[in-house]
Design a binder for this molecule. Sequence first.
Ligand code: BG6
Length: 483
Amino acid sequence: MKDTMGCSALLLFGATGDLARRKLLPSLYALHEDGLISENLRIIGTARSDMDDAAYTEMARAALAEFLPEDRKNDEALESFLERIAYQPLDASSIEGFQALADKLGDVSGGLAIFLSTAPFLFEPTIKGLDSAGLTGSHVRIGLEKPLGNDLESSAAINDAVASVFSESQIFRIDHYLGKETVQNLMALRFANMMFEPLWNAQAIDHVQITVSETVGLEGRHGFYNDTGALRDMVQNHILQLVALTAMEPPANLDAASVRDEKVKVLRSLRPVRGSEMVRGQYGSGAIDSNSVDSYAADLGEVSDTETYVAIKAHIDNWRWNGVPFYLRTGKRLAERRSEIVIQFKNVPHNIFAERDGRLNANRLVIRLQPEEYVRLQVMAKQPGMDREGVVLREVPLDLSLTQAFAKARRRIAYERLLLDLIDGDPTLFVRRDEVEAQWRWIDDIRAKWAASNEAPKSYGSGSWGPSAGIALTERDGVSWNE
Ligand code: BG6
């Protein structure tokens, strides 16, 4: 249930980092400009850098100048936003500085929201430090940004540390895909329309494809990315959340508990993947938008066997999805930036047009999440004509452009929604511990199989759709990726 307690302060750990500058500060500014957060909410940043309030405010000003879209820039709103901001330097690895942080925060009995975006090794000392300075208790909730560990064991250790001072209802685990409007729209599409749900199962659906492809490469995150790889960076969280929302049963209602109960059932039904049903790749040199780009090894400055691409044929072992493969893929330096879910329906049971040479393609529903936002249903129609040479049937799109239908609605970045929900205490769009752990269990098994096989990732040209083995993964089932 949404709890109605607001907050008088938001404490941002990692306040000088990339995420804070690119996403969190611009999101908070947008919430401020739109009057969505209380006038009394103070924002206190903390990080290692030794800065005073004025210096941090200037850093925030520079970040907003760089990362806010032009149509968001408003001098008056900017100045009043910056007045909310303060900063306290802190070395979170030692307990000493936390009392000064608590002093800086002052009275937070009106509610405190903490946003933790720090390196994984700082989670436990930070929790201890917060506890020692009295920054816990029922008026506090804490948002945790990934990476929350790098396998089930380390993730459980972090969860245990957090659980030692906060109850699960105070813990808000962030997966920024859940903050995306189009991802939330998946539930509306499935459960606010009569026509899809009766067909949303193994009787009518042949397979599902989920693609999250990017054209960017390492983007300066060398150490982090090379230790993480595409499976843990993208599949463990974002893609599995998309799988869960696509495959779950209708929840009893929109309560956090009901939605998360249904998602976790899907995650627990994921069948361990066989070695032959997964592909790892790593980008070589090539071209993106006609510009030549280097290989992963050249970007990194060393040879590595970290994967920048993964494709998996997944199976959900339950009644609804029996025998329906979910083909999943993600990668860096691919041909296009695209996130989409494709529902491929089966053929009609009998083609009455066959004897007049009419060929049928099975219906396909494409839910494009980004960069465009649309839902497109491919249906068969008869091409106009006298049919003397046979009936010509053609696939035509039934198109719903969400960008056009909601042209007047402002497109918000995912963190605006998530920060607001954290401040307001609504956990629906955050990931519960049992979900995260079910995700890790499935991922750890894949990693163990990779480690045992000792195979290097397959190379693919930058700007392509990945290694040929990723194409073969579907083609040998007679299925083509939607490209
Ligand atoms: C992050 C990953 O979680 O998601 C990045 O760490 C990735 O590697 C990013 O680029 C993609 O997010 P979006 O919102 O641009 O699809």
